[in-house]
Design a protein around this ligand. Structure first.
Ligand code: PMP
Length: 455
């Protein structure tokens, strides 16, 4: 047996060992059952143990699992690129770069954006702007673009100096404004930053349409991305949509950005593409961005040995077919709206639930600031308490930073898109029990007010 200390990222924490998982349920080796309320990390979108995906995996393994990508492409990878274009492209044609993780997908997007300007003779355009409370991946390039304070701080001296602008954080608006009278004040800061830094130094702006890991489903108001897109176009800056978490149905639309009338020049996909069955991610680059590269050097520095391997591509293809056949995008919208209502009812019972937000089956709960004199000197510790209590109670939820990206208590509820209506009650009552337990054992003083402060 592998010594467990070799595979556990948090060295001081106890992890149960998973034995198997089926549908929305995960079982550990002690026979304990958990409801997967966050699809692993908003990844296992189809739930666990789906026979069609397992079959596709076997079928491809029997044909060929690996080809050397400098010499070959594969039928599975070609079909996947074609299908992604059919499902996502609409009028736009995307060139597809298959990689293995969301971090590689955003990093590839970053490199292609920089190369695009180089090939057009604008070599100085190499900064990528992003927002605070954003997460684009863990490799140094992707982390440089991320405004996730907690994940960045230890590596700051090594990171690229990529500026961040404020997120659309309506619950704690730093300007103490409300929408629509705010007129997207936070988006205007992008324009101010571009003018300050100089558009001649900026290649792109990257954003998660609905903010995940660092913002617990922070959802910008109507018109926000239209405004952002206009700013990017006005200053000749590419717009990269990081759809690693929001893409492929999670938010009740095929892509998260589809909730707004805006289009990205480059899209990063991950998580839901392999749905947890295989490591696969993709960077989709629209034709107009590829054009100067194709007419110029003709080469994109992207990919690793295992990128675009046929086994992963076949799985992703089966995942896309499954989403289509089972109407999972529509289902996420319908079931998600039921779940939203149920979580709002929960908010009536617990005054320390500050905000419920999100779209489809990507919903966030942000907790108000608890009494720091009791047992929560660090607000992030409260997230840990919620996640641990929920897990002890048989429910898996996703911890999110919110607040200032370091301290701040929030979770994401994002069950598999295949969850049945009847299973929602089970999920919500497990959450409610965990909240009752927390309230009983950790005195709480929060209230649901938006105090408007920048925590
Ligand atoms: N972008 C977003 C929006 C993400 O949520 C994540 C993962 N949480 C990543 C990028 C990085 O993906 P990966 O962990 O697969 O590298």
């Amino acid at each position: 047996m592998v010594p467990t200390y070799l595979i556990k990222p948090h060295l001081q924490r106890h992890y149960p060992t998973v034995q198997y998982a089926k549908g929305i349920y995960v079982y550990d080796t002690n026979g304990k059952k958990y409801v997967d309320g966050c699809s692993g990390a908003v990844t296992a979108n189809l739930g666990h143990g789906v026979p069609e995906i397992i079959e596709a995996m076997k079928e491809q393994a029997n044909k060929v699992s690996f080809v050397y990508r400098s010499q070959f492409t594969s039928e599975a990878a070609e079909k996947l690129a074609e299908t992604l274009n059919e499902r996502i492209g609409g009028e736009t044609r995307y060139w597809t770069f298959l990689v293995n993780s969301g971090s590689e997908a955003t990093e590839t997007a970053m490199k292609i954006a920089i190369q695009y300007w180089q090939e057009k003779g604008k070599k100085g355009k190499n900064k990528i702007l992003s927002r605070w409370l954003s997460y684009h991946g863990i490799t140094l390039g992707a982390l440089s673009m991320s405004g996730h304070t907690a994940r960045r701080e230890r590596f700051v001296p090594l990171l690229e100096d990529f500026p961040n602008v404020p997120p659309p954080y309506c619950y704690r608006c730093p300007y103490q404004l409300t929408w629509p009278s705010c007129q997207w004040r936070c988006a205007d800061e992008l324009e101010e930053a571009i003018i300050r830094i100089g558009a001649e130094h900026i290649a792109a702006f990257i954003a998660e349409p609905i903010i995940g890991a660092a913002g617990a489903a922070l959802t910008p108001p109507e018109g926000y991305y239209e405004h952002i897109q206009a700013i990017c176009r006005r200053h000749e800056i590419l717009f990269i949509a990081d759809e690693v978490m929001t893409g492929l149905g999670r938010t009740g639309k095929m892509m998260g950005l589809d909730h707004w009338q805006a289009k990205a020049d480059i899209i990063a996909l991950g998580k839901g593409l392999g749905a947890g069955y295989t490591p696969i991610a993709a960077t989709l680059v629209s034709e107009h961005v590829i054009e100067p590269i194709r007419n110029g050097s003709g080469v994109v520095m992207s990919g690793h040995t295992l990128s675009a391997n046929p086994l992963s591509a076949a799985v992703a293809l089966a995942v896309l077919q499954y989403i289509d056949q089972h109407r999972l995008v529509q289902k996420a919208e319908e079931i998600g709206s039921d779940l939203f209502t149920k979580l709002c009812r929960l908010q009536q019972k617990f005054s320390w639930i500050g905000d419920i937000r999100g779209k489809g089956l990507m919903l966030g709960i942000e907790f108000t600031v608890p009494d720091t004199k009791t047992m929560m000197p660090n607000k992030w510790a409260f997230t840990d308490i919620v996640v641990t209590k929920a897990q002890e109670n048989g429910l898996l939820v996703y911890p999110s930073a919110a607040g200032n990206g370091k301290d701040g208590a929030a979770i994401i509820i994002a069950p598999p898109l295949t969850i049945e209506r009847a299973q929602l009650d089970e999920l919500v009552s497990l959450l409610e029990e965990a909240f009752h337990h927390i309230e009983k054992h950790f005195p709480m003083k929060g209230n649901g007010r938006n105090d408007g402060s920048r925590k």
